[in-house]
Design a protein around this ligand. Structure first.
Ligand code: ADP
Ligand code: ASP
Ligand code: MG
Length: 245
């Protein structure tokens, strides 16, 4: 049985957080699960990379921006694989392209078209935890593309769909999806379950907790998304089909 777990930027902000995520993934693998991790860039790395790039070229060169921005996730993937290795478990980091994620050619907002799953399958069959850099793929030319801000969620759902995972867990810095941003509204109410449609409406109204395309892709492939806290790991919110709500 295969599980995809995605960790967002704040959940990887320092070495201790990376190690905590590595321990959680390793425990799952030791229980006999196949584990694919998707990682975002650490903390506010992507914001800093964008600011650096715009300072050098204010007009923004979209192809080069993507090549540069995607490095944030690649750094996280390398560190995560090293953290798992330090626990004595075999792991391999892959860029989106190495993982076989094929996108269209829209730099900065590319759409995932498919997955060539051979490399991931081979690494899983060798008993490794596979760590995939989120937020990126390659177009048909082999150029690096990025999926739009928040796009690592979509990487996770796409991998869950194309690898037929039993679960897709999105670990973040809040313990689920609320009716309003719980950081701005302390009285916000948490959902236990939520339909794809309800989730998409929340996103339209500004809830950036999930990337919109991740929910669309989950709906298309019937994937249940669980949004939960990387701090506690206690059950969060399930986003799924209407009948499951
Ligand atoms: P990650 O780095 O894990 O991808 P994001 O910053 O993209 O995290 O998403 C998590 C943030 O989404 C939370 O810190 C929270 O402030 C914000 N948020 C906005 N609206 C909501 C909502 N309705 N429910 C939960 N979180 C929300
Ligand atoms: N690091 C990217 C961003 O900040 C992708 C993600 O976090 O999902 O938008
Ligand atoms: Mg996010």
């Amino acid at each position: 049985m295969l599980i995809v777990q995605k960790y967002g930027g704040t959940s990887l902000a320092d070495g201790q957080k990376i190690q905590a995520a590595a321990r959680r993934a390793t425990r799952l693998a030791q229980q006999g699960r196949e584990v694919v991790l998707v990682v975002s860039a650490q903390g506010d790395t992507t914001d800093r990379l964008i600011a650096n790039a715009l300072e050098i070229n204010p007009r923004g060169a979209v192809r080069e921006m993507d090549a540069y921005m995607a490095a944030g996730e690649q750094l996280s993937a390398g560190l995560m694989a090293m953290a798992i290795g330090a626990l004595g478990y075999p792991a391999v980091s892959l860029t989106g392209g190495q993982a076989g994620i094929l996108t269209d050619g829209v730099f900065g907002n590319a759409r995932i078209l498919g997955l060539n799953n051979h490399r991931i399958r081979r690494e899983l069959d060798r008993g490794k935890i596979v760590v995939v850099a989120g937020f990126q793929g390659v177009n048909e030319e082999g150029d690096i593309t990025t999926l739009g801000r928040g796009g690592s969620d979509t990487t996770a759902v796409a991998l869950a769909a194309f690898l037929q995972a039993e679960a897709c867990q999105i670990f973040t810095d809040v313990d689920g999806v609320y009716d309003r941003d719980p950081r701005r509204f302390p009285g916000a109410t948490r959902f236990g379950r939520l339909s794809y449609e309800q989730m998409l409406r929340l996103i339209e109204n500004g809830a950036q907790v999930l990337h919109d395309r991740s929910v669309e892709m989950a709906r298309e492939h019937g994937i249940l998304i669980e949004v939960l806290s990387s701090l506690t790991g206690s059950p969060g919110t399930i986003v799924g089909p209407l009948e499951a709500v």
